[in-house]
Design a protein around this ligand. Sequence first.
Ligand code: IMP
Length: 197
Amino acid sequence: MAEIVLATRNQGKVREVKRIFRKLLPAARFVSLAGFPKAREVRETGNTLEENAGKKARYAAGVSGLPALAEDSGIFVDALGGRPGVKSSRYSSKGDAANNKKMLHELRGVPAGKRGAAYKCVAALAVPGGRVFFARGECRGKIGFVEKGKNGFGYDPLFIPAGFAKTFAELGPRVKDGMSHRKRALKRILPAVKRLA
Ligand code: IMP
């Protein structure tokens, strides 16, 4: 199977993508974009997850000459009109811990029944000089009142998936990988990845 460049520097995502693929397609071999000296950071200036994922995948395929898999994801909170959405990583401009504090602050006084949210993910697979394939995944849940749990990354200590009473950070990788937005998007892009072989 061809090597695939993983076009992300977010270590939480790298860990999850590799873990998910170990189950979906154990033969897949990933290399990091960091191994290509010419590669630089792609600015996520798009207004949609599709735009950013496509841009990252196309850039990585171009600079490496290999098929490239990228993803863009975010958390869309109902009571905040869908914010922070595509801007989730830059919500507070001060990193994951500050993002979670800001979200709790913005949701103060919002009752349990109105704290609905969705994690969304768009995966993009770009073939050098060729097409870009896209796939979407979503996971609904709600935002808790305090941070709980040590697993995962980003908003996981706040996100309680539908049907559960604990956060993704408490539930751990097995539960998260079974239902996450990332798992759903990667599963849908699997046929395009298999065609690379
Ligand atoms: P980006 O796709 O690099 O723009 O970053 C997406 C941001 O959304 C991450 O930095 C996290 O803040 C958040 N996010 C996306 N997926 C997850 C997840 O599975 N767990 C926790 N936070 C996530």
